[in-house]
Design a protein around this ligand. Structure first.
Ligand SMILES: NC(=O)c1ccc[n+]([C@@H]2O[C@H](COP(=O)([O-])OP(=O)(O)OC[C@H]3O[C@@H](n4cnc5c(N)ncnc54)[C@H](O)[C@@H]3O)[C@@H](O)[C@H]2O)c1
Length: 259
């Protein structure tokens, strides 16, 4: 236990919580007293899980009602489930395009609609909080990931729109935009080549290391909590400073320590 209990008695839905960043988010909420429902394609050994394909609008449309049945109430929704297609723009198929937007953009949109309806219908005037997981790529393009970047940029636009439309009703909507974050699953699959590539990548990151899922979770919990009660429509970039700039002369760039 962290010793903090910012979410005691709150119902929290975390999509994509079976592994990776979403799993760390789900654990962090549970650690602070929340009743958590994970929604994922995969079953998870931890806590309550609803298995659903959020790329299917009918399945996404059943999530909040099921969460209310299981948790009694929903106060926080975190849209973390995502797919990351890559490859040159000219090679992207229509199916790949549609799937990326279905999972990364339409699924979160449907959950936001249903969550806001629930926050308002609850009738206790407490509103609610939504945190969407976008990506630093939504803000600065990284190639070749055109469709992924666009789907996450659209998610930021939806975040701003929902924050704007529903702020007067006590609904806050924010984004966390992670930079390079190594999950346990990704770590487990890395070979020598991947490690060399990561080391090269880290030349762009002022803090000279990737982020951890727990660091992304800490940002999500802050935005979802009452500590952020006057913050809405924002995107918090958690990237070790990567978007802060480039070295004009790469020879001035500090060395990257051995991982
Ligand atoms: N890891 C990074 O460096 C990084 C950087 C920027 C943004 N992100 C974003 O953070 C989120 C989590 O990333 P991660 O690295 O932990 O990914 P991950 O692939 O390890 O986890 C994603 C989770 O989402 C679930 N999921 C995928 N499609 C789904 C669907 N259609 N329906 C239900 N669940 C589905 C998966 O089963 C998985 O449990 C993603 O939205 C990703 O785009 C990650």
């Amino acid at each position: 236990m962290s010793g903090r209990a910012r979410f005691q008695g709150r119902g929290v839905v975390v999509t994509g919580g079976a592994q990776g960043i979403g799993h760390a988010i789900a654990l962090a909420f549970a650690d602070e007293g929340a009743d958590v429902l994970i929604v994922d394609l995969l079953e998870t050994g931890t806590g309550q899980t609803l298995v659903a394909d959020l790329g299917d609008p009918d399945q996404a449309g059943g999530v909040i009602a099921e969460a209310v049945t299981r948790l009694g109430r929903v106060d926080v929704v975190v849209n973390c489930a995502g797919v990351q297609p890559d490859g040159p723009a000219l090679g992207v198929t229509r199916e790949e395009f549609d799937r990326a937007f279905a999972v990364n953009t339409r699924g979160p949109f449907i959950l936001m609609q249903d969550a806001v309806r629930h926050f308002l219908n609850r009738g206790d005037g407490r509103g609610g909080s939504i945190v969407n997981i976008a990506s630093a790529n939504a803000i600065r393009n990284e190639s070749p990931e055109s469709v992924y970047n666009a789907s996450k940029a659209a998610l930021i636009a939806l975040t701003t729109a929902f924050a704007h439309e529903f702020g007067h009703l006590g609904v806050r909507v924010n984004c966390v935009a992670p930079g390079e974050t190594i999950t346990p699953e990704a770590e487990g699959q890395m070979d020598q080549d991947d490690r060399a590539q990561l080391r090269d990548y880290l030349r762009r990151v002022p803090m000279r290391r990737p982020g951890t899922p727990a660091e992304q979770a800490a940002a999500v919990l802050f935005l979802a909590s009452d500590e952020a009660s006057f913050i809405t429509g924002q995107t918090l970039v958690v990237d070790g400073g990567e978007l802060s700039g480039d070295w004009y002369d790469s020879r001035d760039s500090p060395p990257v320590p051995d991982p």
